[in-house]
Design a protein around this ligand. Structure first.
Ligand SMILES: [Zn+2]
Length: 147
């Protein structure tokens, strides 16, 4: 028997085993739950489990995004327009976003979508599948209403 201090509540207790850390099963359960829930270890220090991005930048979207935007603009003949160039810049900004501006990613993507829509405004998109489905459904509805 040896007197030990419970790592969870600090109570002195008689340890039956030299490896015992807690006074009771309750404290052992609470300690393990605390560790997983808060990342705080038994010494009250934050566990070294906080993920830190190295290099300061994270890759958000693949190289493909910029290429895709460029291709769409080129196909529409709008690459050399102010809006076209603006869309390209936005696509590049989406590609590499630093962790502390990560929250603005959705804002950038929304902006990119808006700029792309404006840049491609008036360009006929052939065989848009969503448009086709809508048209077919409307035709069907018209038939049903007529009959
Ligand atoms: Zn205890």
């Amino acid at each position: 028997m040896q007197l030990k201090e419970c790592e969870q509540c600090g109570t002195q207790f008689e340890a039956r085993k030299s490896t015992a850390k807690y006074c009771s099963g309750n404290c052992r359960t609470r300690a393990s739950r605390n560790r997983t829930a808060t990342g705080i270890n038994s010494a009250g220090q934050p566990a070294a489990a906080q993920p830190k991005a190295s290099g300061g930048v994270v890759l958000v979207a693949g190289e493909g995004l910029v290429a895709q935007v460029q291709r769409e603009l080129q196909d529409a003949g709008r690459l050399d327009t102010v809006l076209g160039q603006q869309a390209l810049v936005l696509a590049q900004r989406m590609r590499v976003v630093s962790p502390d501006t990560g929250s603005s990613l959705s804002a950038i993507s929304k902006e990119l979508r808006t700029v792309m829509a404006q840049a491609l405004d008036g360009v006929a998109i052939e065989g848009d599948p969503i448009d086709e489905v809508t048209k077919r459904r409307e035709a069907k509805m018209a038939r049903l209403n007529a009959g």
